[in-house]
Every structure is written in structure tokens, then in C-alpha cells.
Write a protein that binds this ligand. Structure first.
Ligand SMILES: *Cc1c(COP(=O)(O)O)cnc(C)c1O
Length: 395
């Protein structure tokens, strides 16, 4: 089985497992119980991990709040800020192509007393010359800001089409207008350089299981300087994480998260180049063997798109049928990107693609453990499945 669904989740790196094991079996104390050696050891490990993760994104340790993942981080950022700033305004700005973990909390707020503007991205039809399909023009953000806008939320790299958004420009605009900027950087951290100062973001969510760490642990960066960001906690109890997120800390998970990020940072940018080369090879192989296919999203270059991302529409075949017809290849289909939403991908529709085009797409997410042999075999598996389905359709 060839695994090309690394945007959904990744295999935990064995080196990460090794780093975690002692915190299950020996140093299993509660990081909040610092009255004895067990708790002391756990607490030290958590603080070392916090410092390492902060350093990985250009932040300070006290600006890191550990969460259960990026979904919780996005919820805490968006709902936490909206609740805290209600008196100042209730307008929020985001983008049509965001992850459901951003769109969901925004929809909930819109149902209550908030107003949400979802910006459009460049369409396939309007962007062929610049090849910027999926890109958010920062001017659109500038035009959407109002006196009662309290938060803008824009992802750094898209989980379906890999498009990288111009966060620095958007951050500059938000800062000039005194509006907070949240960024879902789950697909970007560990894969491209991410620095909260350079990006000018005030809040940023990310997650361990997308970068070869364990599931169920993530972090929210919350700026503590110029400006101090205040938010209302979602989970209240023991007051951990300076009251911003209560609950016993997941020590093994946090240690694994830090180890995973350290490995990514050490292997970037060589690993990014390796994955981009494999991705380009996959695209070339598909084009060679299959007629009538379309690249979804922006051009395949390092500043426009994540190195390990490829998204292709096959016109006349259904992505789910295609998934079923492929033996030995794990990828995602544009017909089933969200487990709760059976319709075609909202991201591909936002690019101006029609429902059939969106339904006939496959998302390939390459990762650390993929090699050249797998990539060669993968394009053959896709090509054979498409030939079979097209033959059935024409018989
Ligand atoms: C996977 C993903 C999430 C959700 O992260 P979890 O840690 O699984 O909650 C949010 N945003 C993006 C862009 C993602 O790719």
C-alpha cells in the first residue's frame, strides 16, 4: 500500500516514538504536580518542549498554548477573541477556502450576533496567466476591513490545493488598521519556513500529527507583545496554560510534538526540495499516461504551493469511484474531503470549478516516507484505474 494522504495525517516518525516512550512508562507524573520528582520531571519536559516549539516559529515560550490539535486551536482563537472583543465590534473576515475547523466556528458565531465576511480567491478561469488559482489578493482583505472588524483569519497553506497565502502582506494591512490576524498554519509548519514575526500574525494554530508527531496534540500561538492578545478560554477548570486552556497537560504528546517539529526543522529545506521533485515527477507521470486531466490550484513552484501537494481533476470520472478502483494507493478524493460534508470540495468550487470537475479530483499529499519507486508506481495505478473507468463508461 502506497500512502499519499499526508495532508490528512502522517505516520509517526519512530524517532518521535522513542522520545515519547519514557513519558508513558517512567516519567508519568502530572506536569502540574510539582511537589515531587515525577511531576517535576514532567513539568521540565513540557517547558523544554514549549521552548523548542516556540523557537521553531519565532515565538516566546509563554506565547504557546498547548491544545488537542489545530481544530481546538482554531476554535480557541476565533471564538475566544470574538467573545472577548464583543464590545469593540463583531465583524470577522475570513476566506471561502479555509478548513472546516475555521469555517465551523465562524458559522456558529454568524448564527449568534456576529457578522462574517468570507472572501473569494482567484479563480481558475481568471488566473491562467498568473497561475494563481486559490490565491487571496491582500487588497481584498484591505477592502473588507471595517471599524467594527475585530479579527481576520487566513490560512497559510491550503490542505487541498497547497496554495500559500501572502500572510505578511495581509498582516501588514491588519496591523495598520489595528485588527488581529489569526492564521491556521497546520499545513505549513514544518514544511516551509514559518516565523510569526515575519508573517505578522497575532494568533496561529498548528498540530503535531501533520508533521510526523502524535495525534491529539497541537498548539495555539498567542501574541503577548505589541499587541497583547487576550482571549476568553473555551475550556475552564484547573487553570493550566495561564488560564487559557485548562486540563492536565498531555506530556508524552507534547514531548513528541517538539521532537517532531525539531526533526522537520533540521531536515528543511532539503526535504522540501526532495518532496517537490517527487511531486513534479508524479505530475509528469500522470500527464504522460492520462489524457484529459487538469491541475487544480496554483502552479507547481516553491513560493506558490506546498512542496508535497498535487491536486488533479480527471474530468469525466468520479473521484470516489476512482478511489475505489485503485488498489494499493491511499489518496483523498475531492468528493469526500470532509467526513461530515458529502458534497464536492468547497475549496475546488471556490476556484470556480464546476461540481463534476470538483468530484473528479484526487488530492495527493506526499510525505517524508515516500520514495521514488512509490511515486512511479502510483501514477501507473491511477492511470490503469482511469482507463478502466473510462472504458466502462464508453462501453
Ligand atoms: C488537519 C487540519 C486541521 C485540523 O487539525 P487537527 O489537529 O486534526 O484538529 C486544521 N486545519 C488544517 C489546514 C488542517 O490541515
Amino acid at each position: 500500500m502506497i500512502y499519499l494522504d499526508n495532508h490528512a495525517t502522517t505516520r509517526v516518525d519512530p524517532r518521535v516514538v522513542d522520545a515519547m516512550l519514557p513519558f508513558f512508562l517512567e516519567a508519568y507524573g502530572n506536569a502540574g504536580s510539582v511537589g515531587h520528582a515525577f511531576g517535576e520531571t514532567a513539568s521540565e519536559a513540557v517547558e523544554q518542549s514549549r521552548a523548542a516549539i516556540a523557537a521553531g516559529i519565532g515565538a516566546e515560550p509563554r506565547e504557546i498554548v498547548f491544545t488537542s490539535g489545530a481544530t481546538e486551536g482554531n476554535n480557541l482563537a476565533i471564538r475566544g477573541v470574538a467573545e472577548r472583543t464583543r464590545r469593540r465590534g463583531n465583524h470577522l473576515v475570513s476566506v471561502q477556502t479555509e478548513h472546516q475547523a475555521v469555517l465551523g466556528p465562524l458559522a456558529r458565531l454568524a448564527k449568534r450576533d456576529c457578522e462574517v465576511t468570507l472572501l473569494e480567491v482567484e479563480h481558475h478561469s481568471s488566473a491562467p496567466a498568473s497561475d494563481r488559482a486559490g490565491w487571496l489578493d491582500p487588497q481584498k482583505v484591505a477592502d473588507a476591513l471595517r471599524d467594527d472588524t475585530v479579527l481576520v483569519s487566513v490560512m497559510l497553506a491550503n490542505n487541498e490545493i497547497g496554495v500559500i497565502q501572502p500572510l505578511t502582506e495581509i498582516g501588514t494591512i491588519c496591523r495598520e488598521r489595528g485588527v488581529l490576524l489569526h492564521c491556521d498554519a497546520t499545513q505549513a509548519v514544518g514544511k516551509i519556513p514559518v516565523d510569526v514575526q515575519q508573517l505578522r500574525v497575532d494568533l496561529m494554530s498548528f498540530s503535531a500529527h501533520k508533521i510526523y508527531g502524535p495525534k491529539g496534540v497541537g498548539a495555539l500561538y498567542v501574541r503577548r507583545r505589541d499587541p497583547i492578545v487576550r482571549l476568553e478560554p473555551l475550556i475552564i477548570g484547573g487553570g493550566q496554560e495561564a488560564g487559557r486552556r485548562s486540563g492536565t497537560l498531555n506530556t508524552p504528546g507534547i514531548v513528541g510534538f517538539a521532537a517532531a517539529l525539531d526533526l522537520c526543522m533540521a531536515e528543511l529545506p532539503a526535504e522540501a526540495q526532495r518532496q517537490a521533485d517527487l511531486r513534479d515527477k508524479l505530475w509528469a507521470g500522470l500527464r504522460q499516461q492520462i489524457e484529459n486531466l487538469q491541475l487544480c490550484g496554483p502552479k507547481l513552484d516553491a513560493s506558490s504551493r506546498l512542496p508535497g501537494n498535487l491536486n488533479v481533476s480527471f474530468g469525466d470520472v468520479d473521484g470516489e469511484a476512482l478511489q475505489m478502483a485503485m488498489n494499493g494507493l491511499a489518496v483523498s478524493s475531492g468528493a469526500s474531503c470532509a467526513s461530515t460534508d458529502p458534497g464536492p470540495s468547497h475549496v475546488l468550487l471556490a476556484l470556480g470549478m464546476n461540481e463534476d470537475q470538483a468530484r473528479s479530483s484526487l488530492r495527493f499529499g506526499l510525505g517524508r516516507f515516500n520514495n521514488e519507486d512509490e511515486i512511479e508506481r502510483a501514477s501507473g495505478i491511477v492511470a490503469r484505474a482511469i482507463q478502466k473507468l473510462r472504458k466502462i463508461a464508453s462501453d
